[in-house]
Design a protein around this ligand. Sequence first.
Ligand code: SAM
Length: 476
Amino acid sequence: MTEVKRRRRKLKPLEEAKQFAVLKKDKHGLEAKFISDFKGRGVFSCTEFDKGDFLLEYRGDLISKEECERRQSIYHDALKVFLFEFRYNGKLLCVDAARDDGSLGRFVNDDHINPNSRMKTICVDGKPHLCLFATRNISPDDEITYDYGDSEWPWRRTTLCEVESATLEMNTLSKSEVQDKEKVLVVVMFVSVSDPSVLMHSSICAASEGLEKVTPEKDQLPFNDQDSSEKDISPVKVPVLNEEQSFCAPTEAVEEVCKHNVATSAISNVDKCSQCVGPVASMKWFGLRCKLCSCFWHKSCYAKLHEWNGKESLQEVSSEEDELSDEEYIPESESENQSDSSEELQTRPSYDKTKLLSYIQKAASYKSSEAFRSDVPAPNVSKGKGKGVLKAREAACMYEESDLLCNEEQLIDVETDSDSDINGEGHNPRKQGSEVCRSADVLMQSPRSHHEQDSSEKYLNAERAAVLRAEGKQCG
Ligand SMILES: C[S@@+](CC[C@H](N)C(=O)[O-])C[C@H]1O[C@@H](n2cnc3c(N)ncnc32)[C@H](O)[C@@H]1O
């Protein structure tokens, strides 16, 4: 909070205007707000929480280590930050929260000095859920933070020593400039990484060294009693992925892997154009998003990149979007889900429709009953199996948090130690893959009702997930 308040005083008018605009609010007294271009969004309390209270779940697809690595290789850097790797029962797993499902867990920032919460795993039906609990009393307006672990995260490099060496290297700043704390941040960003957006590129490798086991009151848990099976997990010592793997994401590699399938989209200002890494000022901007790899571009940048005649396609998008230029500032602060209109373009540079269709068909032909919650009916599953996938997801989205059940003794610290295998279980990717994919859909619930969510966006998300599954062959 201190940093936030300090930064707030020095903000320019536009920054000031967009800072702390509420982006999302949940019903449990938390909300996501934009903090700064440097830190992005964060989660803030809008009520009192007591030490030990459950705060939120880090929701997303529960995937295997192999699938995590695969997604890392195709994801845009801005999405990699949502891959949360942890060790559970001797297995390396990952929760991928890249898809914005409306939940707030994906926006919680790191604080290794004075965090106010801690991540634990809660076992439900043998599947881990990452849940955040308050480690001290939290007041309204406090930012919720936890310790991402003992990696050298770039944003932690704000010591004077680093700044001084940065100054020497750059040989451009005077001593007095370095003493300005506001500039210190910029210097560190500039020296630590050549591209500031790389700050958003690291996977979260959760560490929980020295964490004690916590047993909260039953009513503090997001789940009710069911299927108690306590897991003992050793603490983390090494991050699962080293920085090189986590931070290395050349655009060229993404280009090679993905035959982009772009759609016009309202894009959050923390997501930058893959080509020019802009814009820096808009709250939201209109551009193109690849539905497969989730790269973003200005239309003009994309056109240049692919020698594509953007104008031709622009005629085919909705008139509402025609009125907006690429970098146009959109003053309203709103939930991304609400505003993310994804209208597919008719003309695409390298879109292989047959291939995409075959991916979706492959995905649909998986045992869908296994791939989704067994207790979630898939109403009106008719015609194409692809549609069935969508319906099942919609049904899953209707479930509330309280529909998931868990015993209080199922609470376990999150750890990412790759050395230990407590239960002596061998790593079985295939079995694990099918297990985790089913579980992934348990986790894919939205706190909003399915009526509130834009159905076309949900379809696109389901489609993208189907493509990812088909490519990964993890859910067979
Ligand atoms: C899971 S995301 C958290 C939400 C993120 N702020 C956003 O707006 O999407 C992790 C990313 O947030 C940023 N972040 C987290 N903690 C931070 C901190 N203490 N200072 C600056 N940036 C931070 C980093 O870019 C990191 O890669």
